[in-house]
Design a protein around this ligand. Sequence first.
Ligand code: JBZ
Length: 259
Amino acid sequence: MRLDIISIFPEYFAPLDVSLIGKARERGTLDVRVHQLRDWTHDVHKTVDDTPYGGGPGMVMKPEVWGEAIDDVIGEGKPRMIVPTPSGRPFTQELAQELAGEPWLLFACGRYEGIDSRVMAEYGSRLQVDEVSIGDYVLAGGEVAVLVMVEAVGRLLPGVLGNVNSVTDDSFAPGSMQNLVEGPVYTKPPVWRGHEVPGVLLSGHHGKVARWRRDEALRRTVRNRPDLAAALDPATLDKHDRKLLEELAFRVGPEDVAN
Ligand code: JBZ
């Protein structure tokens, strides 16, 4: 997969040199190219922004510099273009899997109040363009959102994860523990600072271990993700699950939003 990133802060992408993504780049699985947007300015100050039409706070990124940068980077090619913005569609595991199937992605990182909307209009008529948000919190620019998306997409590429099973076991992978978050995990030693590993995990009873893990996953999902708990398909719950959920429903405090 080829991956182009245009940003006024290319230094933000140093983490892509290490770990899984760094190894994938060394092997040639991933071809990542980071570009400095200011390379496409023409004035001595390398200006990329201007005041917003209609007034209001902040600055908006100028369309001309973005147009020249994108034209040069894509040439005659047609990458799928991703623009991180708080007003975009949610970035989900489903979208990550879709993007992992693309041969070429172009990420355009905005700063300030964002990129002049005519840039998305222009390339939206030439490429598939998605405006995407990684979540409901306020960032200062698209760079960190791109790091998140590149890691989520990159680890899905064939051969990037050492263990193929770890892809499908993930909480949000379709067909794993559907709509449940994972429970707690433990390794040696069996007692650390007086905290014991739950005995069932040392018992060697695979059925009991599986049941315990599902119980813990259900407990955590109800406590931390009432939105996911509310969306559980009753057909996927056995009588033991139902009994546990009934018990937990008795304990939902006022800070829980659902139920
Ligand atoms: C994002 C202007 O650039 C920004 C600013 C905030 C922001 C993004 C880009 S992407 N927030 C998010 O995914 O939540």
